[in-house]
Design a protein around this ligand. Structure first.
Ligand code: FAD
Length: 417
């Protein structure tokens, strides 16, 4: 009789979850676990919570949805809280379990978690599953991937790679092991479910994707994607993608079916192109790993120093620059910001306020409901000129951005009044 833990990470779904499927296939008893690691409850070195309230609410909703789905198939989800090593050591002893299945995450802290699990004595079976393309299908080894996005994209396009096929959800899940009634589950969050646009969970993700395609929004994506106000100007897939409530492959498959039904156009291509950016930042992690997390990134240039008073102005939207203040207040009040505004406020922080890009990235991590380690790190490095961008940084002209993207001032009025 084999027993294993399934350790849910950023893959809070049952559809297209090959790591979970593999566990279902291989073991007799399976213990699905989510851990709220106590270090994410701590403050950053810049003095604000590492994960703020909105992200926690979205996570909690996603976990509850996952639990419901697991229960429908006779299983369950156990939420634990505390120190990572201690928690897994207890599980190892209490359940005499030595195998863990999980998704592979190629970021430093997540790689460290796997090292800790191995040191405790677990065999850890990790499956890569968070990209749209299969790494093995690429025409180059990841360690040798082109640094420049355009070259990466051209090589992918030359091979006509679009996405890897998603897998179905399991129809049967191995039984829980004996003794699970003794697991002391975490009461993690006294949830205050406030009014907000994004509700966590796989069920919501699937509904949202369905509606997005039904409304034929991909057709106008290229024209609208740089707008600042509303739900429909961009896909808003990102919060669900970030926690893995849906997979990029499922979205890409839908997009391809949509093109077959209605025809491909520059909107559908552009949506795929943006999802390819997401893959690109993931794959860069295989090549550069920890180097992406140094304050100088891949460059030789040192970071700006941190000045608290300036930082407080930036995060609270009180810099005196109306477009920046509007953007930072939107982020604070909703946990979301359009791609265009993310670029504008990040550029302003780095180049106009001479701010520390890592503090800026950490603020986004704290606030964004769609926080994704690869995309956040990759985009911040890119704008700061410390990644792979051949142009070496993206300072933006605020006056031009304002007249291009908020000519009538409606966005500023919305968030400043
Ligand atoms: P759409 O415009 O509809 O794009 C579709 C999907 O493509 C997105 O859901 C996303 O998965 C992907 N995508 C689009 N643009 C990018 C991009 N530039 N980089 C990587 N993937 C992209 N995205 C995150 O998901 N999490 C983050 O933590 C994050 N941090 C960012 C920080 C900065 C400084 C910047 C400039 C961008 C960041 N992005 C991040 C990328 C991008 O802004 C968001 O993915 C996008 O705004 C999410 O909205 P959407 O789903 O409507 O995107």
């Amino acid at each position: 009789m084999t027993i294993a833990i399934y350790y849910f990470r950023n893959d809070l779904r049952l559809e297209d979850n090959p790591a979970f499927m593999l566990a279902c296939k291989n073991v007799d008893f399976l213990l699905p676990i989510y851990i709220h690691e106590e270090k994410y409850e701590e403050e950053t070195r810049w003095g604000f919570p590492r994960v703020d309230h909105r992200r926690k609410v979205f996570l909690q909703e996603s976990l509850e949805d996952l639990r419901t789905r697991l229960r429908h198939l006779g299983s369950d989800l156990f939420e634990l809280a505390g120190d990572f090593k201690e928690t897994f050591t207890s599980l190892r002893i209490d359940f005499d379990v030595s195998q863990i299945y999980c998704e592979q995450i190629e970021a430093p802290e997540e790689l460290e978690q796997v090292r800790v699990l191995k040191n405790i004595g677990f065999e850890v079976i990790c499956t890569w599953q968070s990209s749209m393309l299969e790494p093995q299908s690429l025409p180059f080894q990841l360690e040798q991937m082109p640094d420049v996005f355009t070259q990466f994209r051209q090589q992918v396009e030359k091979q006509k790679l679009r996405f890897a096929n998603p897998t179905e959800a399991p129809t049967k899940i191995p039984l829980l092991s004996m003794g699970t009634e003794a697991i002391n589950q975490a009461s993690y969050l006294e949830t205050q479910f406030d009014m907000k646009s994004f509700l966590g969970g796989e069920s919501r993700a699937l509904l949202h994707i369905e509606q997005y395609f039904d409304k034929r929004l991909p057709d106008t994506y290229k024209q609208t994607r740089n707008q600042l106000i509303g739900m429909d100007y961009s896909s808003k897939f990102s919060p669900w993608l970030a926690l893995g409530c849906c997979s990029a492959r499922s979205i890409a498959k839908k997009l391809t079916e949509y093109e077959l039904q209605y025809g491909a156009n520059d909107g559908t291509y552009w949506l795929w192109f943006e999802l390819l950016w997401r893959d690109y930042f993931r794959f860069l992690h295989f090549k550069y790993g920890n180097q992406l997390y140094r304050s100088k990134g891949l460059s030789a240039e040192s970071n700006n120093s941190f000045i608290e008073a300036k930082f407080n102005q930036w995060i609270s939207g009180t810099t005196g620059e109306p477009l920046i203040d509007a953007g930072m207040r939107e982020l604070l009040q909703t946990g979301y910001l359009s791609n265009r505004m993310r670029q504008i406020v990040a550029s302003y922080w780095i180049y106009n306020m001479k701010g520390d890009w890592q503090a800026g990235a950490a603020w986004f991590e704290s606030q964004l409901v769609d926080y994704d380690v690869y995309s956040n790190q990759g985009n911040w490095l890119y704008i700061a000129g410390k990644g792979t961008d051949p142009r070496g940084g993206r300072p933006m002209n605020l006056a031009k951005q304002t007249s291009d993207h908020d000519p009538d001032g409606i966005y500023r009025k919305t968030w400043l009044s």
